[in-house]
Design a protein around this ligand. Structure first.
Ligand SMILES: [Zn+2]
Length: 306
């Protein structure tokens, strides 16, 4: 009758990058990495030659100190300047004394690998740079139509050659595309270096989607991700190295903390978004609940769901 005390601890923040940054007081992913000392250079994360200089874990104590300094800024202009210089702003979540704003903020594999890298390599590199032409896409589609996959895998829609190519693929479809179709369907259409990128990326995906992974496999995936980034940089320039490509270098250390990527990726959570999106009524109810929670429970909810 008097209710019950519940003790809970927040030990991981797994969401898309803009959400994670807002939640934990980090600057935009376009400006710098939230886990290591790498800063963007004209909005790209190229420059792998000096990796040992920047691939160093950020200090959570320093992050907290800077966040407190941000709170002492007197005006909006001063706060903006501070964020630009230091990459940190205050977040209510820092009131949890045990919360580590660097280590607890993982890179979500679903957004990073599939909606990020898989899509980027295929559309912004191979299609935009003319490696895959309209004719190639039609022949890739034809090849893929010949595949007979088990019904529980979910089919890839026949949209490879529509619009700008690979239209409206979901994260699930990108995952299935690279795990099942890509090697056979793309091989004859790619030149040597791109075949390497494809082979490495398919291997990375094969390792990282496993529910049980060995430390050595994670190390192999990490080394292959470094090779992929170096190859893209060499063939297409530093400007093609996106925040997601850089963040993939942190997947390995996230899995040392939290286990196989399967245990913390956002697939199941995001599937619920799909369900909610299918019903206008549920969405309206959800919004009303959020609105009231935000009113009652100060700005934190607004920040999380903004
Ligand atoms: Zn980093």
């Amino acid at each position: 009758p008097n209710g019950k005390d519940i003790r809970a601890a927040l030990i991981i923040a797994s969401c898309d990058i803009p959400g994670a940054r807002k939640l934990c007081g980090h600057i935009s992913a376009l400006a710098s990495c939230h886990r290591c000392e790498k800063r963007a250079n004209n909005r790209n994360f190229g420059g792998m030659a000096d990796m040992s200089d920047w691939f160093i874990m950020k200090d959570p104590v320093e992050h907290r100190q800077k966040a407190l300094e941000w709170r002492r800024c007197k005006s909006n202009a001063e706060r903006e300047r501070f964020v630009k210089e230091n990459g940190v702003r205050w977040s209510e979540i820092l009131r949890l004394p045990y919360f580590d704003p660097i280590r607890f903020v993982v890179v979500d594999p679903m957004h990073c690998l599939f909606l990020g890298i898989a899509k980027w390599i295929t559309k912004r590199i191979w299609i935009d740079e003319g490696v895959l032409t309209e004719k190639d896409l039609q022949s890739i589609q034809k090849k893929m139509d010949e595949f007979k996959v088990p019904s529980d895998l979910g089919r890839i829609p026949g949209k490879i050659h529509c619009g700008e190519g690979f239209s409206n693929f979901t994260a699930d479809q990108w995952r299935n595309f690279f795990l099942i179709y890509a090697t056979v369907a793309l091989w004859n259409h790619l030149p040597g270096k791109d075949r390497k990128i494809l082979t490495y990326f398919v291997r990375v995906c094969t390792i990282l989607v496993r529910r049980i992974v060995e430390i050595n496999d994670m190390k192999e995936a990490h080394e292959l991700l470094i090779k992929i980034i170096k190859l893209i940089e060499e063939c297409y320039g530093e400007e093609k190295i996106t925040p997601n490509l850089h963040l993939s270098l942190h997947l390995c250390e996230c899995s040392y903390d939290y286990g196989p990527l399967y245990s913390f990726w956002c697939f199941s959570f995001e599937r619920m978004n799909g369900l909610l999106g299918n019903s206008n009524l549920i969405v309206s109810i959800f919004r009303i609940i959020l609105f009231h929670l935000a009113k009652i429970n100060n700005k934190l909810f607004i920040r999380i769901f903004a």
